[in-house]
Design a protein around this ligand. Structure first.
Ligand SMILES: *Cc1c(COP(=O)(O)O)cnc(C)c1O
Length: 424
């Protein structure tokens, strides 16, 4: 599409947007007396207006039913987690028996590493991206230590080439090949939180399998954002949180994918709890763990219904919007943002910023990361004063993410207009 950096053009795109009415389903935070330009849906997604009702329903049923709510609440609590696989499987490209909602993200990453990081003397290395999210780095490091390995030796980070910001798939694959039968696990983000780069999960998974290793992904910045086909790509496992693109509230309950070929494998070691136990006989409360032969077999505890209610509210909106329409709008929004930033940059005497997110739309999601070449922090603070909620990452990167459910093309144009006025 031939974009134009004008208010009229942005307005026209909004008018043609089949998802435009979804914005009204969300609370847009107020900054200095008016609705802000909310570009931090990659950090904490906005609250759907219906969320309160979903939570209040559970509080009411708890008040009126007490323990009986497990079976007789309008949405019975005992199988509450069973509401999710149908919808989630569309978001991540899985079968229903491959996904479960439980715990929080880093907890799940550890639980999955318990099953899929089984280092031996020879095969013990974890290949990951440099600048993985800190929580993931700490998980890798402490898992390596837990098994008696020196993290400095066990963890191999793939770095961008000199003068580049993002990773080349060929470099990821050659690193996996190079370490060959020393590799136990290849574990990448789906989308890197810092650069916004979307990794080629299919190729990375194949390369890991060729080396005889497992492939797992942290999809915190990918779930609800980019197209995923976890089952078809043969990904072994994945996990994600629900409070970023999935709009399920701070610290919300998280998601897990385990490929069908592993779900019934009782040989895989795991840390178990009663909620992973075969449903028919769970309440016999007997000794000897017998896992449910689906991803549910990794559950530990009974469902945290209040936080699952916020998740349900959000996933119902995703269902109504449809992933295809969301992906189409997401590509257009991010494309427009790239165009506008490039346009502003081109009109400066001296380049003001460098976009470090890939310009190829198959290598990115919503997020655009800008390396500020001068006055970065000052520009960021000025943005906040002018009603833009963006995100600052040391030393000099501003991350913005227009998300298709509630951001508009006008938001993108306004943002460009504000940046340009600050640069003047
Ligand atoms: C946001 C994020 C986390 C946060 O983990 P929590 O356990 O939810 O606090 C971890 N990893 C990645 C890649 C993230 O983007």
């Amino acid at each position: 599409m031939d974009f134009q950096n004008t208010f009229e053009f942005a307005k026209k795109l909004d008018e043609q947007d089949p998802l435009k009415h979804f914005r009204e389903m969300f609370y847009i935070p107020i900054l200095f007396g008016k609705e802000c330009i909310y570009f931090t849906g990659n950090s904490l997604g906005l609250q759907p207006k219906r969320t309160q009702d979903y939570v209040v329903d559970e509080l009411e049923d708890w008040a009126s039913l007490g323990v009986e709510g497990h079976l007789h609440a309008r949405n019975p609590w005992l199988p509450y987690h069973e509401f999710f696989p149908k919808q989630l499987s569309k978001l991540v490209g899985s079968k229903e028996n491959e996904v479960v909602v439980m715990n929080s993200l880093t907890v799940n990453l550890h639980l999955l590493m318990v099953s899929f990081y089984r280092p031996t003397k020879k095969r013990y290395k974890i290949i990951c991206e440099a600048k993985a999210f800190p929580s993931d780095q700490y998980a890798f490091e402490t898992q390596a230590r837990y098994h008696g390995f020196d993290p400095a030796e066990a963890i191999i980070e793939v770095l961008p080439r000199e003068g580049e910001f993002t990773l080349r798939t060929e470099d990821i694959i050659s690193t996996i090949k190079k370490h060959g039968d020393n590799v136990a696990l290849v574990l990448f983000g789906g989308v890197n939180y810092y650069t916004g780069q979307l990794f080629d999960m299919k190729s990375i998974t194949s390369a890991a399998h060729e080396a005889g290793a497992y492939a797992g992904f942290d999809l915190a910045h990918a779930a609800g954002n980019v197209e995923l086909q976890l089952h078809d790509w043969n990904v072994d496992f994945a996990c994600w949180c629900s409070y970023k693109y999935l709009n399920s509230g701070p610290g919300g309950v998280a998601g897990v994918f385990i490929h069908e070929q592993h779900v019934a494998n009782n040989e895989l070691p795991r840390f178990a709890g009663w909620w992973g136990y075969t449903k028919e006989t769970r309440f016999k409360m007997e000794k000897g763990f017998e896992p449910i032969p689906t991803a549910e077999g990794w559950q530990l505890s009974n469902a945290p219904v209040l936080s699952m209610a916020t998740h349900k509210a959000s996933l119902d909106i995703f269902e109504e919007a449809g992933m295809e329409r969301l992906h189409a709008k997401r590509k257009l929004l991010a494309g427009y943002l790239h165009f506008i930033l490039q346009d502003i940059n081109d009109r400066q005497n001296e380049k003001a910023l460098e976009i470090i997110t890939p310009s190829d739309e198959t290598e990115r999601g919503c997020q655009v990361s800008m390396l500020m070449l001068k006055r970065g922090k000052e520009i960021f603070n000025e943005l906040t004063k002018k009603g833009v909620l963006a995100d600052w990452r040391e030393p000099n990167v501003i991350r913005v993410a227009p998300v298709p459910l509630y951001n508009s093309f006008e938001d993108v144009w306004q943002f460009g207009n504000i940046i340009e006025s600050i640069l003047k």
